[in-house]
Design a protein. Structure first.
Length: 252
């Protein structure tokens, strides 16, 4: 299926690794121009360089999405350099493990600042241009932890931030639909990325796999292919949805 994404301009946060990198590469394969944002400048540069080597226009930038001033600046630079932003993918995120009773308030502040406030900062920076052009696609990465109040890897606080992303996505769909902008979220189960590999013991991995009906962890392509579809005009009547990409774990 031709998604007609050629020459669309996409900004991907957390694009230097994991889910963000996978989505950036999927959008590039469809002909998008990319702005790769990541807290780690070297990983953003590495992904952008690999895409540029295939003939794709890809610009890297380092930014902490939890810093609203830095976000405004980097988005302004992206628009100046690339002309506009058609697609925003909010994939930047951090994990947190531990019981609520055992974690300091500063841990909640840390993950909420990235996982939830960071999404809000990026959305606010992208909305004006999208409204002006009458087109936009916002794709947020939530988690099945949002529906379960946490999970084997993410726990309660992480799940709370991702539940906030789900609610934000629904509200954005209502507010932005009249301007030709859709907002959707993907809710993966455990995805096989370096971040989750470092967080999972062999026993935890085994227990997770026992709960997934399809019998495997999600691969980056499972997430990225759906994100590319949601970024296209073919998905223009889908908005406010949170799509589980979980191998059936929510059925168990």
């Amino acid at each position: 299926m031709d998604l007609n994404l050629k020459d669309r301009v996409a900004v991907v946060t957390g694009g230097g690794s994991g889910i963000g990198e996978g989505i950036a590469k999927a959008l590039a394969a469809e002909g998008c121009t990319l702005c790769i944002l990541d807290r780690d400048a070297s990983t953003a540069q590495k992904v952008a360089s690999s895409l540029a080597a295939t003939g794709i226009i890809a610009r890297p930038a380092a930014v902490d999405v939890g810093d609203p001033t830095a976000v405004e600046q980097v988005f302004a630079e992206a628009i100046s350099n690339l002309g506009r932003i058609d697609i925003l993918v909010n994939a930047a995120g951090v994990l947190s493990t531990g019981l609520v009773a055992d974690l300091p308030v500063t841990e909640w502040q840390r993950i909420a600042q990235i996982n939830l406030a960071g999404v809000i900062h990026c959305v606010k920076a992208a909305i004006p241009g999208m409204r002006q052009q009458g087109f936009g696609r916002i794709i947020n990465i939530a988690s099945v932890s949002a529906m379960r109040g946490g999970g084997s890897v993410g726990n309660t606080l992480y799940g709370a931030t991702k539940a906030g992303v789900v609610a934000l996505t629904m509200g954005l769909a209502r507010e932005l639909g009249p301007y030709g902008i859709t907002a959707n979220a993907l809710a993966p189960a455990v995805v096989d990325t370096p971040m989750t590999r470092s967080a999972l013991t062999e026993d935890a991995r085994r227990r997770i796999l026992e709960r997934i009906p399809v019998g495997r962890l999600a691969q980056l392509s499972d997430i990225a292919d759906i994100a590319a579809f949601l970024a296209s005009e073919r998905a223009g009547f889908i908005t406010g949805a949170t799509i589980p990409v979980d191998g059936g774990i929510l059925t168990t």
